[in-house]
Unconditional design. Structure first.
Length: 321
């Protein structure tokens, strides 16, 4: 049996840091929203935040998973057309404690992407045709593990909660600024004006947005970490990330759109940089061996109980184009 390729101490350290960052960022967003409400209406502003936050979470229209998949033109992949990947999802779901494996969907798009929808009880993972044509079976299992981790962590709910807090903060900031500007002529006629409330209200949406972006990056790191633990193969996900980076920044794009890509600086990104994600994945390895890419070698696919078949001829999973 192959030795484990995850260092338990490093895994625990990264997991603890990710959870701490998540709590701090959610705390920052909630605290700033509460502070804005307090500045506007005192204690009543805090009740406004709690009541409207609960209302939006419970009653705001939620797009069903199947509606989202239909919007992308996704097609369900029957188990007999991709038995290895359905088996992989079953193993991943069992390891992470989901009540059932996510359903698998195919999106007829050349974009290189995968995404998860739904909740822990009923979820789905969609992969694009471009992703299937780009990644090896080992790398695809790593991506499926990453999306399964998002579902298990409840990241869709966490990011939905962050979005609700951000929207309430922006709404209160707008109301506050309107009230201040309406009373500004009277305040100027009377003399001194306290500018700090105006500055704090004006900055509220930007602070909330930056915290939301930071939260998104942290959840990506945590999904990477869990995916590496589920497959015991951090190099598989690292290889997939590097390959996706090369595809998304291909030869023609570098020639005709130099410098175009994710926004800089890094704190304006929704996802961490590939270099940082790969570095953290490599850091999970207890021993490092020189090899083919970036100083590291790949071992044969080692996902237990799953035989990964190479890409069939004539298209993927029985679909014709």
């Amino acid at each position: 049996m192959r030795a484990a390729s995850i260092d338990p101490a490093r895994f625990s350290s990264h997991r603890g840091l990710n959870r701490l960052q998540t709590l701090l960022l959610l705390g920052l967003m909630t605290g700033y929203a509460g502070f804005v409400g307090w500045m506007l209406w005192g204690p009543d502003g805090l009740w406004f935040l709690v009541i409207w936050g609960a209302f939006l979470l419970l009653f705001s229209p939620q797009l069903s998973a199947r509606w989202v998949l239909r919007m992308y033109g996704a097609r369900a992949v029957p188990p007999d057309q991709a038995p290895e990947y359905h088996q992989a999802l079953s193993v991943l779901a069992g390891r992470v404690g989901l009540p059932g494996p996510p359903s698998l969907w195919w999106v007829p798009s050349p974009m290189v992407n995968a995404f998860a929808v739904g909740s822990r009880d009923a979820s789905a993972i969609a992969v694009t045709d471009g992703l299937l044509r780009t990644l090896s079976p080992r790398e695809l299992v790593a991506v499926l593990a990453h999306e399964t981790a998002h579902i298990a962590h409840g990241d869709l709910f966490v990011m939905g909660l962050a979005d609700v807090i951000s929207r309430i903060t922006s709404a209160m900031s707008f109301v506050g600024l309107v009230l201040i500007f309406m009373s500004l002529p009277q305040a100027l006629a009377g003399g001194d004006v306290d500018w700090w409330p105006l500055i704090l209200l004006a900055a509220a949406p930007q602070v909330s947005l930056l915290a939301q972006l930071g939260l998104s990056r942290t959840r990506e790191f945590d999904a990477d970490l869990t995916a590496a633990r589920l497959t015991d193969d951090p190099d598989g996900l690292a290889s997939a990330l590097l390959k996706l980076e090369r595809v998304q920044n291909g030869f023609l794009r570098r020639i005709f759109f130099p410098g175009r890509g994710l926004p800089e600086p890094s704190w304006l990104r929704t996802h961490p940089t590939t270099e940082e994600r790969v570095r953290r994945l490599r850091d999970l390895r207890p021993e490092r061996t020189p090899g083919a890419w970036g100083g590291y070698s790949f071992e044969p696919p080692s996902f237990p109980h799953v035989r990964l078949r190479q890409r069939p001829r004539g298209g993927w999973w029985g679909y014709w184009y």
